[in-house]
Design a protein around this ligand. Sequence first.
Ligand SMILES: [Zn+2]
Length: 282
Amino acid sequence: MPFVTSCPVGCEAGFRESDIRMPEGPLLVCEACGHLVSQIEEIDYHAALAKFDTESGTLPTPLSQKRHDQRARRLFARVRQLLGLRPGTSFRLLDVGCSSGALLLSAKKEGIEAQGVEPARRAAEAAQAVGLPVFAGTVQEARYPREHFQAVTMMEVIEHLHQPIDAMKEIWNILVPAGVLVVGTGNADSWTVAVMRERWDYFHMERYGGHISFFTPRSLERLAGQCGFRIERLETRRVRFAESFQVSRAVYRTLKIVAEVLNVPAMWFHKGHDMLAFLRKV
Ligand SMILES: [Zn+2]
């Protein structure tokens, strides 16, 4: 029996089978919001998650650290803007699903008061070992004080969650009034998915350590509404028509050029496959 039996964002409508064929069965699509879910069984889902619990987590290499810091700096600047804070001001941040603490390290460099929560034990321990304040467990288990954090980030996490509503409601509790939640996830309503279907690597449970839930701008908006948030800004970027290992180098290069041309209209129409949403607690 599949682990996910109803739309994770709380729709009452049923699922129908999509034409995206995965080894565990076609992805199911919610009739109401277009959200996609895997038909993976619970035991296989946990096995996929466990495989990705490593000490290195997503800690950047020294080479990628600089780029990572730059990206984080831009993200923090936008959070400050939404919070009405002056550039460079510190704020209280929680990174949910912080892995071994890459974003926390960038936050620390900016003087931001940042904490993390990570259920994958070895990744959490790696973060703790370098002195980062990380709770090993879920955000619900951490029992942070109510209305404490000004901002919460949840990057590439929500697609792993069986019950995103529970995590979102707890995040609502621990955010200050009008606090900001940043969600980064894939976009199942992207041109990448329209063209690639099951060839999009992101859908693969094995390679991505437990991706079970695939959001669209519509399903994310519905989830936000269910949990007391409003989407202030939603952006998507990047399209892709093949993974590098699926086609010859020449074909890949050509497809990459086409994809680059389509990047700009993809941003206009919310059809890029990387989705970033800034939610406000209401
Ligand atoms: Zn739905």
